[in-house]
Design a binder for this molecule. Structure first.
Ligand SMILES: [Zn+2]
Ligand SMILES: [Zn+2]
Length: 112
């Protein structure tokens, strides 16, 4: 049964540090845990007012990975990372927009 494109059907861990989300429309997205950590939009990682990044990705441990995935209602996921960071809420819509596959992110023009 097909569901909406911005709601996950299943969420799986793939070793060593990849998260697989299968969406309601059958699309599959593979995210590296590091990408997800770098894209965290919580108040500790992105300035709420200026939207300027606070997190410096070079300070993340090389082996950063997701330890726990919790659903936050119907809205998104709360990811707990191995560096102790667990305040990031990832809306399903945002996650779908981050899909790095060739179909969702064809060599789009890099903005200057
Ligand atoms: Zn964060
Ligand atoms: Zn995709």
């Amino acid at each position: 049964m097909a569901g909406p494109a911005d709601t996950p059907q299943s969420i799986e861990f793939l070793e060593p540090s990849t998260l697989l989300i299968e969406w309601g429309d059958g699309h599959e997205s593979l995210y590296s845990h590091r990408l997800l950590r770098e894209r965290c939009e919580c108040a500790a990682c992105i300035d709420e007012w200026t939207r300027a990044p606070i997190l410096d990705p070079s300070t993340l441990p090389a082996d950063i990975h997701v330890q726990t995935v919790e659903r936050t209602g119907r809205y998104g996921l709360n990811l707990h990372f191995s560096d102790g960071h667990r305040t990031g809420i990832y809306a399903f819509r945002t996650l779908r927009g981050l899909c790095p596959c060739g179909e969702c992110a064809p060599e789009k023009e890099i903005s200057p």
